[in-house]
Design a protein around this ligand. Structure first.
Ligand code: TYM
Length: 335
């Protein structure tokens, strides 16, 4: 990292290499990381240890990590200005996670929405303890790099609140040991809803069972067009304020993709038929995704170079993470 960059506030964020990325991941996270990379000192992690909570096939997990690394760069993250690394390549993540677990009352974890949803869907007897302590590993990811901000979508807010609680607890017990981070959640695109069910958050795992749920970052233009054309709207023939959830979702995606606020997006389509809105949303998605897909294909022609990039970054960030871990260990009496 160039020395000048070190005076900037630091961001850390991450994405799980569990399933294919969708437009919500792009609008809620990746796009913002890329757009703002000059403002910050940037740490972007591929959180493969988190992805183990869905027990992916090992070959698939390995493939997903490379796919995600290529997508990070294809979406505009510049490896000269951003650390791009794999969580499991830096053992300090798992080590600090244990310490964080010892500082976290179970009640805090039981209140996590994602834990509640997964334990309801699959049953507490069946889900792994990894799902339960997942937010502690995420807290470790963030605290290791003394991140000032964590740029994420709305669904991660509660996890960042927990990270702040744990950091404050550690600091109140042992002096100022870690930095207390803040979430960085944007006004538009922070909660993209399912195309087929606009009351449900767009999710990578649902998109596997119901392809019409989400536009994926690597979908070709004709697939994008078909998925958006089938997106749920409501019974009105045209866009009218107040709009229903499906139309609101299309307008929000349009606003995020074209750099408008939601009021301007609504004004642009007020009184127009849904087909006009859908076709504008499709065009905006294709305009955004085509250059990403071209760059992605190019990057995937040299996986060895991607692997080198990840290895070099892991080596650099290990020094940062190791120093924080050591500070915490000393404060806790482990060293
Ligand atoms: P993950 O992999 O589920 O999602 C990656 C990012 O995409 C955002 N996102 C969305 N944004 C808008 N609309 C949606 N429908 C939508 N779905 C997902 C997420 O908010 C996220 O920013 N726990 C994290 C990964 C993680 C992490 C971290 C993040 C692990 N350690 C440390 C930040 C810092 C997760 O499961 O993200």
């Amino acid at each position: 990292m160039p020395p000048a960059a070190q005076t900037r506030p630091r961001v850390l964020s991450g994405i799980q290499p569990d399933f294919s990325l969708h437009i919500g991941n792009y609008l809620g996270a990746l796009r913002n990381w890329a757009r703002d990379q000059d403002e910050f000192e940037n740490y972007f992690c591929i959180v493969d240890l988190h992805a183990l909570t869905v027990l992916p096939d090992p070959a698939k997990l390995r493939a997903n990590v490379l796919e995600l690394a290529a997508l990070y760069v294809a979406c505009g993250l510049d490896p000269a200005r951003c650390e791009i690394f794999v969580q499991s390549h830096v053992p300090a993540h798992a080590e600090l996670a244990w310490i964080v677990e010892c500082l976290t009352p179970m009640g805090w974890l039981e209140r996590m929405t994602q834990f509640k949803a997964r334990s309801q869907a699959q049953g507490r007897e069946r889900i792994s303890t990894g799902v339960f302590v997942y937010p502690d590993l995420m807290a470790a990811d963030i605290l290791l790099y003394d991140a000032d901000y964590v740029p994420v979508g709305e669904d991660q807010r509660q996890h960042i609140e927990l990270t702040r609680d744990v950091a404050q607890r550690l600091n109140s017990l042992h002096g100022d040991v870690v930095k207390v981070p803040q979430p960085l959640i944007r006004d538009v695109g922070a909660r993209v809803m399912g195309l087929d069910a606009p009351l449900e958050k767009m999710s990578k795992s649902i998109a596997i069972e119901r392809p019409g749920h989400a536009v994926l970052l690597l979908d070709p233009p004709d697939v994008i067009r078909r998925k958006v054309a089938r997106a749920q709207t409501d019974t009105e023939p045209a866009v009218r304020d107040p709009v229903g959830p499906g139309v609101a979702n299309l307008l929000d995606m349009y606003a995020a993709l074209r750099g408008l606020d939601s009021r301007a997006a609504l004004a642009a389509f007020e009184g127009k038929p849904y087909s006009a809105l859908k076709s504008a949303v499709t065009d905006a998605m294709v305009d955004a995704l085509q250059p990403i897909q071209a760059k992605y294909a190019d990057l995937r022609s040299d996986d060895a170079a991607l692997q080198r990039l990840l290895a070099e970054s892991a080596e650099r960030v290990s020094a940062v993470a190791g120093a924080t871990l050591r500070r915490v260990q000393v404060a806790m009496g482990l060293r």
